[in-house]
Design a protein around this ligand. Sequence first.
Ligand code: ADP
Ligand code: MG
Length: 294
Amino acid sequence: ATPTALLVGTGRGAQLGILVKGPEALERARAVDVVLLDKTGTVTTGTMTLRGVVPAAGEDADRVLRLAASLEHASEHPVARAVAAGAGSVGGLLPVTSFVNVEGLGVTGSVDGHDVVVGRPSLLADHGLRLGADLEAALDDARAHGGTAVAVGWDGAARGVLVVADAVKPEAAEAVRRLRDLGLTPVLLTGDHETVARAVAADVGIDADSVVAGVLPAGKVDVVRRYQDTGRAVAMVGDGVNDAAALAQADLGIAMGSGSDVAIEASDLTLVRSDLRVVADAVRLSRRTLATIR
Ligand code: ADP
Ligand code: MG
């Protein structure tokens, strides 16, 4: 491709709301055939709200929410924000004297003198907290409805489950359709539970066998590599800190404009308006830009 044509393409990209990091990014976009889409904040709005609190037998729902919210107040994760917002209705924040963010799993720390763990059930298991049958049932129920279930425990016992959920972006289904129209394969990639991921995938028209769920933050980059090892050229679309390594590894990294700085820095393209439909525009633009000059 001639530098001039690529510059023209870059200018046209800006008009479409695509920030192109370097002219080579457009050359890479043309070859892409698989598009990995992060779920939270990319396919969904990323603005989660608290939908319910399920206390374990003998526990108080307000107490479960209050301890969890106090700890999550220190985290910027979308799940944490939803939980922390619940504190106001249950007596406010309690003092936190230690806090550890366990990336992609949850948070642990000391709240009001209690050793508290909030996050994926596996994080509670790591701390020796076992969920009873009632809480396991609450997890299943939440996930079946597309909600993310967060387990809460302290001082040696699992104490409850919080249900949070966000909405699929209004343009997501159309965005997926446009990718297919270009002959691309959309794949949903998430750290969230398989059941939740499948519900979202069905909503936006991604095949059930194109869902990769339960992936740890460090594992997203491996998923990109796995596709590359089969000879596919991979675009990765994401917004989070936990997407950065995968965005950098992908043949084409695309960040949401609303995403974290780390994600934007790791990417080749940034979607200024965070409109998922523009992913297809980017691929079409690069094909056209490169076709005119051949
Ligand atoms: P995604 O890949 O969809 O963007 P993440 O990798 O950020 O999701 O998180 C994966 C899962 O880890 C979340 O669905 C949630 O269950 C759990 N998790 C991560 N951080 C927190 C937190 N601060 N509090 C509670 N749960 C968390
Ligand atoms: Mg995300």
